[in-house]
Design a protein around this ligand. Structure first.
Ligand code: G6P
Length: 612
C-alpha cells in the first residue's frame, strides 16, 4: 500500500506533493514525508509519524522552495510507523533518495550482501535496502538509469517507486511492479503518483505504467522504458474524471457523501446496459467472452473484504437464476492452495480499486491454468482491469472513504446485470420474469433515495447503541452476506466488535452470548425465509437480546417482535441486498461519527491493499 507522489516542473513542488499525499492518504496514513531539491541545490527532507496534516502543520513552507521533489504516505509493513521508518529513505551515502510502495521480499538476502560490502542501515525498512542497492549499482555503472534497472532486476516482490539521485539533479525515475503508478503530463511539468486523484488538480493527461516499466522524467521530457531497457512508446490518456468527484461537497465525511451518492452511482452502473421494455441486459465489455460464460461448468468468484461479500451475493444470484455452480474464494486463500482450475472455468475477480494484490494474483493464477478471467472493477485503467480477458466497469465514481459503500452496491448491480444477461442466453428465466426484473431495476435509485430521506430514523437507532460493545448481524439466504457486510462496516470504522452469522446457525453456539446488553440486527425483509427468521428473532428475544429488525415498509407484524425497526422498501430478491445494506451503512456511519472516530481513515486500515 502507501501512496507516492513526485513532482518536477515549473511550480513549487512541495504544495503539489502535500496536496497529492492528502488525496492518496486512503492508501495508508501511518507516516508521511518528502524530499525537495531546493533552489540552492540542496536536498531537504522532512518526515514524521502520523497523518499528512500532522506533517503539513509542522512545516514552514517557506523553507522548502524548489521545483523537484518526492513524497510518501505510509501504511507500515516492515518496521513500526516511526519518524525514522517514514519515507523518503536514503542510501548510506545519501546519494540515492527513494519513496516506495510495496514489499521487497528478498530484502534479507540483499541486506546481507550489502552488509558484506560495508553498507550500514539506520531503519527497519526494506526501502532503505533498495536505496542502498541502487547506490551500490550506481557506483558500478555511474549511470542512474542503469543502476535502477540493475537493482530492480534483482528484486523479488512489489514496488512502485520514485527515486532521486544527487548526481543527476533534474531527474526523477519512477518504476513499478505490482503497485500502481502513473505519470501526469502537464504543461512543462510532470507528476508521478500512485493514483490519478493526486494529479487531477493539475492535469487530466496521464500515462499509466505497466509492471516492469519505468519513466525517466526531467523538467521538459519523459522517456518510458522497460526494466530491461527497451524503449516504450505509449499514448497519453485523458482522464474522464473531475475534481469535484473526489471532494467532499459539503458532507462531513466522504463515507456519508458516498452513501448518499448511491441513487446516482447505481444508475451509472446500469445506464445503457438494460432495455427496460424487453429485459435484455447487455454488457459490452463481456461480449467477447460470452461463449465461455455460457459454456462454463462453473464460475469462481474471487475477491477480498467487501468485494468478497459482493461475490457471496453473486453466488446466490448466479446459482439461483442461471443454474451455474459458483464458488466464492478469498483471493488470499485461493492462490496459495494449489486450486483446481479448469480451462473452461470462468474466474471473476471483483475489486473496487482494481489493484488489490491478492485478487490480482488470484486472477493471474487462474490465467496460468487457461481459465477465462473477468474483472468487475471500479477504477478505470487499473491493473486488474487491464490484465483480465474481459470485464465490466461498475462506474460508481471515485470512492475515497476507506469503508466501501457505493462500490459495494454497484458491484451487486453489476452482478445482477450479469445474472440477467446469462439467464436470458441460457433460457433459465422466462422473458416475462426478466421484464419484471428490468422494471424493478428502474425503481432502485428512487427506493434508495427514500432511505436516504429516512436517515434520521437510522441515526436515532445509532444513538441508542453507540456505546454497545458487541453486535450480532443475522440474515438468511442472500441476506446472510448482507449481515456479514453490515458487521464489517461497523467493525472497521467504529472499532466495535460485530459478527455476521446465518440466522439459523445462531443456535449452534453464538446464542450463548445473548443477554440483555446484546443488540442483534436481523435482516428480515418479506421474502421466502421471513417466517423462519421471525422464529429466529423469537429465539433471541426469549433470551432477552435486543432486536433491531430491518424490515419492509409495509410489515406491521414486525412490531410484535422488534425493539427497533430500520425500514426498507420492498423489492425483488435479486435486488434486495442493494437496498438492505443501506440502513446498515448508515447505522455504522452514525455510530462511528457519534463516537468521534476517524470515519474516512479508520485505524490500521487502508483502502487499497497492494501488499499480500
Ligand atoms: C481493503 C478495503 C476494503 C475493500 C478491500 C478490497 O481491505 O479496506 O474496503 O473491500 O480492501 O478492496 P478492492 O479494492 O479489491 O475492492
Amino acid at each position: 500500500m502507501c501512496g507516492i507522489v513526485g513532482y518536477i516542473g515549473k511550480r513549487n513542488a512541495l504544495p503539489v506533493i502535500i496536496d497529492g499525499l492528502k488525496r492518496l492518504e486512503y492508501r495508508g496514513y501511518d507516516s508521511a514525508g518528502f524530499t525537495i531539491l531546493s533552489d540552492k541545490g540542496e536536498y531537504i527532507t522532512f518526515k514524521k509519524a502520523g497523518r499528512v496534516t500532522d506533517l503539513e502543520e509542522s512545516i514552514d513552507f517557506e523553507k522548502y522552495i524548489g521545483n523537484v521533489g518526492i513524497g510518501h504516505t505510509r501504511w507500515a509493513t516492515h518496521g513500526e510507523p516511526t519518524d525514522a521508518n517514514a519515507h523518503p529513505h536514503f542510501c548510506m551515502e545519501e546519494k540515492i533518495i527513494l519513496v516506495h510502495n510495496g514489499i521487497i521480499e528478498n530484502y534479507k538476502a540483499i541486506k546481507s550482501k550489502l552488509e558484506s560490502e560495508g553498507y550500514k542501515f539506520k531503519t527497519d525498512t526494506d526501502t532503505e535496502i533498495l536505496a542502498n542497492l541502487i547506490n551500490y549499482n550506481y557506483k558500478k555503472t555511474n549511470d542512474f538509469v542503469k543502476a535502477v534497472q540493475l537493482s530492480l532486476g534483482g528484486v523479488d516482490g512489489t514496488y512502485g517507486i520514485a527515486c532521486l539521485c544527487t548526481d543527476e539533479k533534474d531527474k526523477i525515475i519512477a518504476a513499478r511492479k505490482g503497485s500502481p503508478l502513473l505519470l501526469g503530463v502537464g504543461d512543462e511539468e510532470f507528476i508521478i503518483a500512485s493514483d490519478a486523484a493526486a494529479v487531477l488538480s493539475y492535469t487530466r493527461n496521464v500515462i499509466y505504467l505497466n509492471d516492469g516499466e519505468m519513466a525517466i522524467v526531467t523538467k521538459n521530457s519523459h522517456t518510458l522504458k522497460t526494466i530491461e531497457d527497451v524503449e516504450i512508446i505509449r499514448d497519453i490518456q485523458v482522464l474522464d474524471m473531475v475534481l469535484e468527484q473526489i471532494e467532499k461537497g459539503g458532507y462531513k465525511h466522504f463515507m456519508l457523501k458516498e452513501i448518499c451518492e448511491q441513487p446516482e452511482s447505481i444508475q451509472n452502473t446500469f445506464r445503457g446496459r438494460i432495455n427496460f421494455e424487453t429485459g435484455v441486459a447487455k454488457l459490452g465489455g463481456l461480449e467477447k467472452v460470452l461463449p465461455q460464460m455460457l459454456n462454463a461448468k462453473r464460475y469462481i468468484i474471487t475477491a477480498c473484504g467487501t468485494a468478497w461479500h459482493a461475490g457471496l451475493i453473486g453466488e446466490y444470484m448466479i446459482e439461483q437464476y442461471c443454474r451455474i455452480p459458483v464458488e466464492v474464494e478469498y483471493a488470499s486463500e485461493f492462490r496459495y492452495r494449489r486450486p483446481i482450475i479448469y480451462k473452461d472455468d470462468v474466474v471473476i475477480g471483483i475489486s473496487q480499486s482494481g489493484e488489490t494484490a491478492d485478487t490480482l494474483e488470484a486472477l493471474r493464477e487462474a490465467k496460468k491454468y487457461g481459465a477465462t478471467t473477468i474483472g468487475i472493477v471500479n477504477v478505470i485503467g487499473s491493473t486488474i482491469a487491464r490484465e483480465v480477458d474481459a470485464g465490466t466497469y461498475i462506474h460508481a465514481g471515485p470512492e475515497i472513504g476507506v469503508a466501501s459503500t457505493k462500490a459495494f452496491t454497484s458491484q451487486l448491480m453489476s452482478l445482477a446485470l450479469i445474472t440477467m444477461m446469462i439467464a436470458r442466453e441460457k433460457n433459465t428465466l422466462f422473458s416475462k420474469t426478466l421484464r419484471e426484473m428490468a422494471q424493478e431495476l428502474k425503481q432502485i435509485p428512487e427506493k434508495i433515495k427514500r432511505m436516504i430521506d429516512r436517515k434520521e430514523d437510522y441515526k436515532s437507532v445509532a444513538e441508542k447503541f453507540r456505546k454497545s460493545k458487541n453486535f450480532y448481524y443475522l440474515g438468511r439466504g442472500v441476506n446472510f452476506p448482507v449481515a456479514l457486510e453490515g458487521a464489517l462496516k461497523l467493525k472497521e470504522i467504529s472499532y466495535i466488535h460485530a459478527e455476521g452469522y446465518p440466522a439459523a446457525e445462531m443456535k449452534h453456539g453464538p446464542i450463548a452470548l445473548i443477554d440483555k446488553k446484546m443488540p442483534v440486527v436481523f435482516i428480515a425483509p418479506k421474502d421466502r425465509t421471513y417466517d423462519k427468521i421471525i422464529s429466529n428473532i423469537a429465539e433471541v428475544k426469549s433470551r432477552k437480546g435486543i432486536i433491531i429488525a430491518l424490515a419492509n415498509e409495509d410489515d406491521d407484524n414486525i412490531k410484535n417482535y422488534a425493539d427497533y425497526i430500520l425500514r426498507v422498501p420492498k423489492t425483488l430478491g435479486i435486488f434486495a441486498p442493494i437496498l438492505n445494506i443501506i440502513p446498515l451503512q448508515f447505522l455504522s456511519y452514525y455510530i462511528a461519527a457519534m463516537n468521534n472516530r476517524d470515519v474516512d481513515r479508520p485505524r490500521n486500515l487502508a483502502k487499497s491493499v497492494t501488499v499480500e
